[in-house]
Write a protein that binds this ligand. Structure first.
Ligand code: ATP
Ligand code: MG
Length: 256
């Protein structure tokens, strides 16, 4: 059972795909924990239709200065960056209750958000994400879907160390193609499976995008069409309306 990281350039549709995959899994009676590691964006809960939990993992661990201190201590002791931040075992059933909101089979957890100007960089969030995903044990019929921040910073931070699969979302743009090429190299360098998925395509852009990727030796594992229902519900901050995309998401899930 995989822990899946969803990656891609800004606005490519990472949060949308995480939401639709999680929802489909929930409908099939499988537990899906959505982990929001994006330190900036705030709307994932609205897309899922689940309120943000009372605490982020950052709150739970005592706040950014406390976490930063722990990381520095670990570095000073020569333990490197792979610090263990959570006591005991972590499973979907034993997560700190104030950090996860469940709606049926769907769970929602947030690592931490930027709260104050001048608070410093987001490295502590990256370290928490990395430690959490590595330590989290998932059982049969349980999934972890990780929604990342735009770009490939999380590769550098090693957030995907504990994951099995990286899904790279590619929207119809040249930057997305270039980033997919890079993300594929980084994923395979780390010995993980990489699946490239097209998003927001139509009959004109899909073949062009496929061609651009094929020229770079990149296979396409899934295709999600542009959906006006998704665009509208997202604009209004409502749970995503994506009935027309169900077939696309089903097919993608089979690849996972
Ligand atoms: N298949 C789709 N059809 C129509 N609109 C879409 C689709 N996928 C995403 N969008 C729209 O594209 C925008 C970006 O989507 P989303 O927030 O999921 O991207 P993201 O990659 O998570 O962005 P960020 O990098 O800011 O986190 C949103 O307005 C969303 O509604
Ligand atoms: Mg997002």
């Amino acid at each position: 059972v995989p822990k899946v990281i969803v990656s891609g350039r800004g606005g490519s549709g990472k949060s949308t795909l995480v939401t639709l995959l999680a929802r489909l899994l929930g409908e099939k009676g499988e537990d899906a924990l959505v982990v929001d590691v994006d330190e900036s964006n705030l709307g994932l809960g609205k897309m899922l239709g689940i309120a943000p939990p009372a605490k982020t993992l950052m709150d739970y661990l005592g706040g950014k200065p406390a976490v930063r201190e722990k990381l520095l201590a670990s570095l000073r002791q020569g333990k490197g960056e792979g610090v263990q931040l959570f006591e005991g075992e972590l499973t979907l059933g034993t997560l700190p209750r104030e950090c996860v909101n469940w709606n049926g089979h769907l769970g929602f957890l947030r690592v931490g958000k930027i709260e104050h100007s001048m608070e410093g960089c987001a490295c502590p969030m990256g370290a928490i994400s990395r430690a959490f995903l590595k330590q989290l044990d998932v059982g049969e019929r349980q999934w972890v879907l990780v929604d990342t921040e735009a770009g490939i910073e999380h590769f550098g931070r090693g957030v995907f160390e504990g994951a099995d699969v990286v899904v790279v979302v590619v929207d119809p743009s040249h930057d997305a193609v270039l980033l997919a090429e890079k993300a594929k190299v980084l994923t395979e360098e780390a010995g993980k499976k990489c699946l490239v998925v097209l998003n927001k395509v139509d009959e004109t852009t899909e073949p062009l995008l496929r061609q651009e990727l094929r020229q770079r030796g990149i296979d396409v594992a899934g295709v999600v069409n542009f959906s006006i229902g998704v665009a509208q519900s997202n604009l209004l901050g409502k749970p995503l309306q994506a009935d027309s995309l169900k077939g696309c998401i089903e097919q993608l899930l089979e690849k996972l």
